[in-house]
Design a protein around this ligand. Structure first.
Ligand code: P1T
Length: 384
């Protein structure tokens, strides 16, 4: 279905009407096992950890949206990331963005360092030159988020992919914040895309899920082997919900981006706001690369409240539509303080060195009416 547009693929790929009943929607195949006629003689499925028709429909659909050869669904974004790290031999070195989700940092530092003898260098990949300065004989992978969580830095994906290819490193892009609607890292040369599908891909804040999409068959086969061997697969029920979410991804992303642009412009001129980090603002240092690389600038905004922790707390306690909660990418607006919430597992001195201060607030802009969202933020800022 390569010739179809993004929304057509999100609604149709892997989702042909059910061959036995004609059901237009892919059924939830709630079954652990599949009857075989004779050992090894079956209809394509043996056991639901290895493969399940509802999950298979989702995996085909996301592979088409990211333009990869295969997709794999996991029980969480971190389960997907864990499998990707396990592709590497023990003692490998990863070069990673220094601004990344706190849980990814914890997985690397507190699990894979001892379990896999993993080494990680956290560097500012907005300057791709840092790769050549940090490469070591055991370097095997480059790990990128763009936009990064929570500072929304934009990494030049094409340059990073080219360097990874030059040094034969596996390049991984966590595409959670952008989604394939805004950018397709595999087309820019990346080997693997990972997602916390909990976020925009599902879009309705009602499941936890992860995805891996591979550009080539060889890596895809290795991911498939680990998905089955480690076993952290997505259930048929959650696969169904995620498939349903994907159908409206393009519509939702357009609304998220439109609302976020207007809110970023509102915050940028607000007297109670110290600084706004949003790649869609012309003054943002990454604006031009974002414009070249992304279809629009995303639904996340990060900003500093004027003052310190006390003023920030006042602001947070006074919003009504923006709910104080971890996570992002749902239709409803959320806000949080990374230093105290999503990035609390990163040591304070590293956080502060990277600019994650106590007055840094992250907004996940939902798709409510933008006037209501602006009024909510204005009201809460007046309380500061
Ligand atoms: O929560 P989970 O589905 O396991 O995904 C982890 C993850 C991976 N990558 C990125 C970029 C993420 O943002 C996340 C999860 N992030 C949050 C919960 C958050 O509020 O930032």
């Amino acid at each position: 279905m390569k010739s179809y547009g993004f929304s057509t693929k999100s609604i149709h790929v892997g989702q042909e009407p059910d061959s036995t009943t004609g059901a237009i929607i892919t059924p939830i195949f709630a079954t652990s096992t599949f009857v075989q006629e004779s050992p090894g003689k079956h209809k394509g499925y043996e056991y639901s950890r290895s493969g399940n028709p509802t999950r298979a429909a989702l995996e085909k659909c996301i592979a088409a949206l990211e333009e990869g050869v295969a997709g794999f669904a996991f029980s969480s974004g971190l389960a997907a990331e864990s499998v990707v790290v396990d592709l590497l031999p023990s003692g490998s070195h990863i070069i990673a963005t220094n601004d990344l989700y706190g849980g990814t940092f914890r997985l690397f530092e507190q699990v894979k360092k001892s379990g896999n003898q993993l080494e990680v260098s956290y560097v500012d990949l907005t300057d791709p030159g840092v790769i050549e300065r940090n490469i070591k004989p055991n370097t095997k992978m480059i790990w990128v988020e763009s936009p990064t969580n929570p500072l929304l830095k934009i990494i030049d994906l094409q340059k990073i992919a080219a360097l990874a290819a030059k040094y034969k490193l596996i390049s991984v892009c966590d595409n959670t914040f952008a989604t394939p609607y805004l950018q397709k890292p595999l087309l820019l040369g990346f080997d693997l895309v990972v997602h916390s599908a909990t976020k925009y891909l599902n879009g309705h804040s009602d499941i936890i899920a992860g995805l891996v999409i591979a550009k080539q068959e060889e890596l895809a086969a290795k991911v498939k082997f680990l998905q089955n061997s480690e076993g952290a697969i997505l259930s048929p029920f959650d696969s169904f919900l995620l498939l349903r979410g994907l159908k409206t991804l393009a519509l939702r992303m357009r609304a998220h981006c439109q609302n976020a642009q207007m809110i970023a412009e509102f915050l940028a001129q607000h007297p109670k706001v110290e600084k706004v980090l949003y790649p869609g603002l012309p003054g943002n240092p990454d604006h031009l690369i974002a414009k070249a690389q992304m279809a629009a600038f995303g639904g996340m905004i990060t900003f500093f409240v004027k003052g310190g922790a006390a003023e920030t707390l006042k602001f947070l306690e006074n919003t009504h539509l923006f709910s104080l909660a971890e996570s992002l990418g749902g239709v409803e607006s959320l806000l949080e303080v990374p230093a105290l919430m999503t990035h609390a597992s990163i040591p304070k001195e590293i956080r502060e060195r990277n600019g994650i201060d106590d007055n840094l607030v992250r907004l996940s802009v939902g798709i409510e009416d933008v006037e209501d969202l602006i009024q909510d933020l204005d009201h809460a800022l007046q309380a500061v």
